[in-house]
Design a protein around this ligand. Structure first.
Ligand SMILES: *Cc1c(COP(=O)(O)O)cnc(C)c1O
Length: 394
């Protein structure tokens, strides 16, 4: 068994060795600036074009609709701020959900300060956006709907096709943060009526600090980073050539292995969920049981602090997360868990374990044993648990 059991693939993933290998020559050998005219820079230019093609093909998009960025956060910022600016003459109303990533939520809050109005849609107890509420929320001045493809904490997959159809019918732009879904679930931007889509390399076994924004042809978005003429003048700055090459390679591999990978992950996921929910008392699974990312588990253990659990699991070589990486370190419970209706004290006892195809059943067995030990140990120290047991015996 590996020394570390890595179960935090929603936070980031291991860069595949083939991806690192593909990147290496673009540090050492092909280090030219792609904007240069001489022949020496040609391999860089070609490599960027190839990556763009690969990504476009994976989405049913055109190559010139793919814009490289520094990752998911930048893509979300760009999509939402630029759409707000470009379409504010039509209106200043934006619709999103309460369970978005902070890259979306904090961008929307920023726009509120600039005079935009934002509706944060409720989700049901499984984390699914309520379609009827979405329909009711659309107004003549609504310019953008931004709903994530799949949630990074609880793994719930949203009804993106329906949302896209509604947006299209009502003439509203539709952006989706697909950082968790892209290359894990098949996505076609035309079939789902997606106008803008954010993705990130390091969530699909690619490098960190690289991602892209898909922008449908015809959208009048301004450039996000002002500078040179790179990315068809919409995102200035010398291209992250090794990153772009790595992202392209990661996408190529991920697309080729998608079904098989998801199948393996789903099997392990269901095994882990089955054992934990059967063998640990007072636990619930957060998120939708079936409309769920193949690699996501998220549990709420009553009478326990998720943070304490994480530390004790870490001492046993297990990497997990409570809430999301961005909220760890703060004492607020996850906004996602609160949005699905968990009371604060239960939301605090949550543990997210996100798998990869590299995990094994033996690892899951080890993890379940450790979870049982840790839960017993923490509950034995919990006055809440003691009270509860006393009252229930009476
Ligand atoms: C990780 C993540 C992001 C941020 O992506 P970065 O590339 O780390 O900036 C945005 N949205 C979701 C849903 C994520 O999981």
């Amino acid at each position: 068994m590996n020394q570390v059991i890595y179960l935090d693939n929603a936070a980031t993933t291991r860069t595949r060795p083939e991806v690192a290998d593909a990147m290496m020559p673009f540090f050492t050998e092909h280090y030219g600036n792609p904007s240069s005219v001489y022949e020496f820079a040609a391999p860089c230019k070609q490599a960027i074009a190839r990556s763009r093609e690969t990504i476009a093909k994976s989405l049913g998009a055109k190559a010139n609709e793919i814009y490289f960025t520094a990752g998911g956060t930048e893509s979300d910022n760009w999509a939402i701020k630029a759409a707000a600016e470009a379409y504010q003459a039509k209106g200043k109303h934006i619709i999103t959900s309460k369970i978005e990533h902070h890259a979306v939520l904090h961008t929307c809050e920023y726009l509120e300060k600039l005079g935009f109005e934002v509706t944060y849609l409720d989700v049901d107890e499984n984390g699914v956006v309520k379609i009827e509420e979405l329909k009711k929320a659309i107004r003549p001045d609504t310019i953008l709907i931004s709903i994530m493809f799949a949630n990074n904490e609880i793994g719930t997959i949203e009804p993106i096709k329906e949302i896209g159809e509604i947006a299209r019918e009502r003439g509203v732009l539709f952006h989706t943060d697909a950082v968790q879904a892209y290359c894990h679930i098949p996505i076609n931007v035309d079939e789902y009526h997606i106008d803008m889509l954010s993705a990130s390399g390091h969530k699909l076994n690619g490098p960190k600090g690289i991602g892209f924004l898909y922008i449908r042809t015809g959208l009048k978005l301004r450039s996000f980073v002002h500078g040179g003429a790179q990315e068809r003048k919409r995102r200035g700055g010398t291209e992250n050539v090794p990153g772009i090459v790595g992202l392209g390679k990661a996408v190529e591999l991920a697309v080729a292995t998608m079904d098989e990978r998801a199948g393996k992950e789903r099997e392990l996921r269901d095994y882990l969920i089955g054992r934990v929910t059967a063998e640990v008392p007072f636990v619930r699974l957060n998120g939708h049981r079936t409309c769920r990312l193949a690699n996501n588990t998220n549990f709420a253990f009553q009478f326990i602090e998720g943070e304490s659990m994480l530390i004790m699991l870490d001492m046993n070589g297990i990497c997990g997360s409570s809430g999301s990486a961005c909220t760890s370190g703060s004492l607020d419970p996850s906004h996602v868990l609160l949005a699905i209706g968990l009371p604060h004290e239960i939301a605090h006892g949550s543990l997210r374990l996100t798998l990869s195809e590299e995990n094994t059943k033996e690892e899951m067995d080890y993890v379940v044993e450790k979870i049982k030990e840790v839960v017993d140990r923490l509950r034995s120290m919990s006055p809440l648990y003691e009270d509860f047991m006393k009252n229930n015996q009476a």
